[in-house]
Design a protein around this ligand. Structure first.
Ligand code: BES
Ligand code: MN
Ligand code: ZN
Length: 499
C-alpha cells in the first residue's frame, strides 16, 4: 500500500473513505469534525449520541455520506481516553480501521492529524499511524491460487495536512515506509515454507540486500566453514542435504575504521530437533527458527535505506537441523570455532551451537557491541509468555538503551538474570561445555552458554522464541510472522547514533 502526504483539507478529498479519530472522554468536536458533522447534516453527532460509537480504543464504525461529502464514507475510529493515549493505542487503532476498510474491499482512504494531543511528538505520532496501518494490513498470500479474487488489498492512504506540517510529515512517512518495508521483508522470509526458504535461498536474499550502496555480502560455504573450523555450525548442518551458509552482510554507513555493531541472527531454516527429534505436533512452526536471521538482514536493509551513519556487520549462520545417517548424535563432542569443546547432549539445542561459532567469529570485527537475536528456547516462552522478548547480557548500558527503544516501538522486552552461578550448570563432564542442562532456567542456561563464546565485548542476547510468531491476530501483528526486533533494533541504532 502507498502512503502519500497531501496539502489541503481532508473534507475536500475525493476518496472512498475518510478516517476520523475520536476520544472516549472528549465531548466537543474538533474544528475538522464539526465541519464534517455540519456538512453531513449531523450524521456524526447522531452516531455518537446513539451510543453506537463510543470511541473505545480501536473501535470502528463506518457511516455513509450519501453525496454530502466527496468521500462516500466516514470511518470513525476510537482512541480511548485522551489522557491515556500512547503510540501503541494509535498503532492499534489505525491497524483496526484499515483492516475494517480492507475487508469492505475499499481501496483508498484518507486521514489527518487534527486529533494529535502531543504536538511536541508529531514525528512519533505520524510514524505510529503509518506503522499501524501498514503493518496491520500485512498478508502472506503467494501460495493461495484458489479464490484469489477474495483477497482484498488497500492501495492508498492519503494523509492530508496543513502546509506547516507538510515537510515533517513527508519525511517521517518516508522513513516509516523504509522500516515497515523491512518488517515486511522479515515477515515474508519467515512465513515462507522451509522447502522454499533454505539456507541457500536466504543467502540469495542477502545478496540482493547487498545491491544497496555501502552494503556488501559474503557467503561462507561448507568448504570455507571446514577450513575455518566452524565445527559447531557444521555439526548441526551434518544431518541435512541442504548445504549450510554463513551469511555476512556489512553495512558501512559510518566513518571508516569506526568499530561496527555486530548483529548475529539464528538462521535455522528448519529445526526438526535432529536425532533428539521434536514431537510431530506443531513441528511445522519450526520453519520460523530463522526469525532472528531474517531480522538481522532486515535491519541492515533498513539501515542502508535510511542511510544511517553507522557501521554494522550482520552475521547469519544458516542451516537446517535434520536427523539422518550423518546427523549429530547425543553425546557427540564438537570443537567450536573458538577452540572450546562442546558436548552435545541434546541435538535440539542446536541454536546455541551455531550461534557459538557466529558469536566467536564476530570478534574478528572488534565490534563496539554485539547483539544476537534468536528463537532460542521454549523455556523463554514458559518464563515470559508468548509475547515477550527475553533479554540477557553483560552490558547494563546497552540493556537500558534497548529497553528505551522498546518503550517507543511497543515491543515487549523483559530482562532475565545472567548470574555467574548459572555457568556451573553448563559445564560438561568430559568437554568444556554441554549444550543442554535440562529444563530449569532453560532460557538463562542457554544464554550462559552463549556468553562463553562472546569474548570481551559488550553483548546482549534477545530470545524471541515467543513473539517471533503470533498464534493469533494481534492488531498490527496479524497471525503469523511478526518481524519482531526489526523496529526495535532500528530504533536502538538511531538512538545510539544520536548520542
Ligand atoms: N528452536 C527451538 C526453540 C523454540 C521453541 C522456538 C518453541 C520457538 C518455539 C530450539 O532450537 C529448541 O529446540 N530448544 C530446546 C532446547 C532444549 C533441548 C535444551 C527447547 O527449548 O526445548
Ligand atoms: Mn531446537
Ligand atoms: Zn531451534
Amino acid at each position: 500500500m502507498h502512503i502519500t502526504v497531501k496539502k489541503g483539507n481532508l473534507l475536500d478529498t475525493k476518496t472512498q473513505a475518510i478516517i476520523l479519530a475520536f476520544y472516549e472522554d472528549e465531548k466537543t468536536f474538533s474544528k475538522l469534525v464539526s465541519s464534517a458533522d455540519q456538512k453531513t447534516g449531523g450524521l456524526l453527532g447522531d452516531i455518537i449520541k446513539s451510543g453506537d460509537f463510543k470511541a473505545k480504543p480501536s473501535q470502528v464504525s463506518v457511516i455513509y455520506t450519501r453525496g454530502l461529502l466527496l468521500a462516500n464514507r466516514i470511518a470513525l475510529v476510537g482512541l480511548g481516553r485522551k489522557s491515556e493515549l500512547n503510540l501503541e493505542k494509535i498503532r492499534n487503532a489505525f491497524a483496526k480501521v484499515m483492516q475494517h476498510l480492507r475487508d469492505l474491499n475499499i481501496k483508498d482512504a484518507a486521514t489527518s492529524f487534527d486529533w494529535n494531543p502531543m504536538p511536541d511528538q508529531k514525528e512519533k505520532v505520524i510514524a505510529a499511524v503509518a506503522e499501524g496501518a501498514i503493518l496491520g494490513l500485512y498478508q502472506y498470500t503467494p501460495y493461495k491460487t484458489v479464490g484469489r479474487d477474495e483477497i482484498h488489498e488497500m492501495r492508498l492512504l492519503e494523509i492530508v495536512a496543513d502546509t506547516k506540517d507538510y515537510s515533517v510529515l513527508q519525511d517521517e512517512i518516508k522513513k516509516t515506509k523504509i522500516i515497515t518495508d523491512a518488517v515486511y521483508f522479515a515477515r515474508n522470509l519467515i512465513s515462507a515454507p522451509a522447502n522454499e526458504m533454505t539456507p541457500s535461498i536466504m543467502a540469495t536474499h542477502a545478496e540482493k540486500i547487498a545491491k544497496r550502496k555501502n552494503v556488501s555480502c559474503r557467503l561462507l560455504d561448507k568448504g570455507k566453514l571446514k577450513a575455518l573450523g566452524m565445527n559447531a555450525l557444521l555439526g548441526v548442518a551434518s544431518g541435512s542435504n541442504q548445504p549450510p551458509k554463513f551469511i555476512i552482510l556489512e553495512y558501512t554507513g559510518g566513518q571508516r575504521g569506526v568499530a561496527p555493531i555486530a548483529l548475529v541472527g539464528k538462521g535455522l531454516t528448519f529445526d526438526s530437533g535432529g536425532i533428539s527429534i521434536k514431537p510431530a505436533e506443531k513441528m511445522d512452526e519450526m520453519k520460523t527458527d530463522m526469525s532472528g536471521g531474517a531480522a538481522v538482514m532486515a535491519v541492515i536493509m533498513a539501515a542502508a535505506d535510511l542511510k544511517l551513519p553507522i557501521n554494522i556487520v550482520g552475521l547469519v549462520p544458516a542451516t537446517e537441523n535434520m536427523s539422518g545417517g550423518s546427523a549429530l548424535k547425543p553425546g557427540d563432542i564438537l570443537k567450536s570455532y573458538s577452540g572450546k569443546t562442546i558436548e552435545v547432549l541434546n541435538t535440539d539445542a542446536e541454536g546455541r551451537l551455531i550461534l557459538a561459532d557466529a558469536l566467536s567469529y564476530a570478534s574478528k570485527y572488534k565490534p563496539a557491541a554485539i547483539i544476537d537475536i534468536a528463537t532460542l528456547t521454549g523455556a523463554c516462552i514458559v518464563a515470559l509468555g508468548e509475547d515477550v522478548i527475553g533479554m540477557l547480557g553483560t552490558d547494563e548500558q546497552m540493556k537500558k538503551e534497548i529497553n528505551q527503544a522498546a518503550q517507543i516501538t511497543g515491543e515487549l522486552v523483559w530482562e532475565l538474570p545472567l548470574w555467574e552461578s548459572y555457568s556451573e550448570l553448563i559445564k560438561s563432564d568430559i568437554a568444556d561445555y554441554k549444550n543442554s542442562s535440562g529444563r530449569s532456567g532453560g532460557a538463562i542456561t542457554a544464554a550462559a552458554f552463549l556468553s562463553k563464546f562472546v569474548g570481551n565485548y559488550p553483548w546482549v542476547h534477545l530470545d524471541i522464541a515467543g513473539p517471533a510468531w503470533a498464534k493469533k491476530d494481534k492488531t498490527y501483528i496479524p497471525k503469523g510472522a511478526s518481524g519482531v526486533t526489526v523496529r526495535l533494533l532500528v530504533e536502538y541504532l538511531q538512538q545510539r547514533i544520536k548520542e
